[in-house]
Design a protein around this ligand. Sequence first.
Ligand code: PDD
Length: 290
Amino acid sequence: MTAPIAHFNGELLPLDQIRISPLDRGFIFGDGVYEVIPAYGGSLLRAREHFRRLQRSMDEIGLANPHTVDEWIGEVARLLSHHPGNQSVYIQVTRGVPPKRDHVIPRGLIPTVFMMASPLATPSPEMVEKGVACVSARDFRWEKCHIKSTSLLGNVLARQLSADAGATETILFRDGFLTEASASNVFVVKDGAVAAAPQDNHILLGITYELLAELAAQGKLRYAVRPIPESEVRSADEIWLTSSTKEVLAVTTLDGKPVGGGAPGPVFRRMHALFQDYKAKLAAAPAAVA
Ligand code: PDD
């Protein structure tokens, strides 16, 4: 089988022909940022929001953006011309390749840009219908979780706790409050009202999280952004996960205990329907970007 086509510093070439220097600061220090953008039949979901977030991540780490948003969108379209169907586009920009390993950030490096596309694996109908299991853990990550950094060891170790338990995600609590999950945002529902954790440095501001706020307004759901105590998560009627690849997914057990009635709840069903409608409109729109 031939390797899929990927993007490396402006060139399209088979993934297995890309060579990255071991001195690349992305490899040595995890000194880089990334994005994951879902594409439905060639249409990118919320591309501009994703590239705005990429810019914010770069600003936070003092990395100059090598492309304008329009250039990024053009490069992604070029890559996607080799990848029909629904895709997950991964974009990574690292600080580049210095002459030697040194923690101090050297001036004038050329950032390394890498992009690949892989078939988008959204949740199966069974996962949507039955919901998924999650475990919980103390949020042991750093204080800058709002940066979409490739330094993901904390997230990887958190995710592994759920993988080892045969569960889909690890929901994290910091100082007694909900932050997010290892690779998703988390919402809770009580008595029909949806709540999301504040958009501070303890969570990644998800593009799907922002979309859900809009869909909640559109669907006239009660919706609040506020600190959510751990006890409220454990007694919630519904818990949801969101991400660019998971869309919106109901959590039906947490640490082995049923959430609410142990099945996806009515507010989830409403939100899931709003999300699917939004996607269907995107697929039907002539523009390649939404
Ligand atoms: N992860 N929080 C964390 C820690 C994440 O890694 C992600 C996404 C999210 C949700 O963000 P969004 O809705 O923009 O996808 C929240 C991606 C999908 C990943 O790392 O693969």
